[in-house]
Design a protein around this ligand. Sequence first.
Ligand code: B4P
Length: 192
Amino acid sequence: MFNLILFGPPGSGKGTQSEKLIEKYGLKHLSTGDLLRSEIARNTPLGLEAKNLMDKGQLVPDEVVIGMISSALDSNPQAKGFLFDGFPRTSAQAEALDKLLELKNATICLMVSLEVSEDELVKRLLKRGETSGRSDDTNEQVIRARIVEYHNKTAAVADYYHRFGKVKIIKGEGTIDEIFNDLCKEIDACMN
Ligand code: B4P
């Protein structure tokens, strides 16, 4: 089983590159952002709690996202591997993921981390906000709060995988195809 984490700050291209990667490698895409937005769209109690936090640019509690990932892993027993997009976002989530995978005799093979300057992140997210209908993309203050959450809580997740020599850093600025090619080089090197 090949399990990959696509890592990076909000707006770094995780969702964009995930779509291309799952097509090329046949991995099952697990995006906690998409799972949460689907709960919001269905007006579930979990969705209402999540929306409140996401609209402020804050992370949703660990137990909520870990529970979602756990059910998604169980519902996809045939998957030949998973692409984790936007998860793990805290060290507690990273430790929980390791334990969930261990139960399936699996592990994270590689974390690819997209690096993008803060000005570019803000520019991209505000542009997406013009059309996406995502309330967390329309307000610059909320976007900046998401970037602060990333530095305070999420950046440390890369250190966690770094200890196991599993992190590769990719420049996340350039054309979508250039970045995709750089990601594929790292993934192919890890698969072979
Ligand atoms: P996510 O849905 O994960 O959203 P994101 O990080 O903002 O988006 P992503 O990084 O995938 O966007 P992309 O660059 O593809 O999270 C949303 C919220 O959900 C979080 O703030 C949090 O509240 C909550 N949440 C999610 N997971 C959680 C977890 N595990 N724990 C706790 N809370 C969690 O796209 C950005 C834009 O850039 C697009 O418009 C795209 O077209 C553009 N773009 C992409 N690549 C480009 C390039 N090379 N050049 C120019 N533009 C590019």
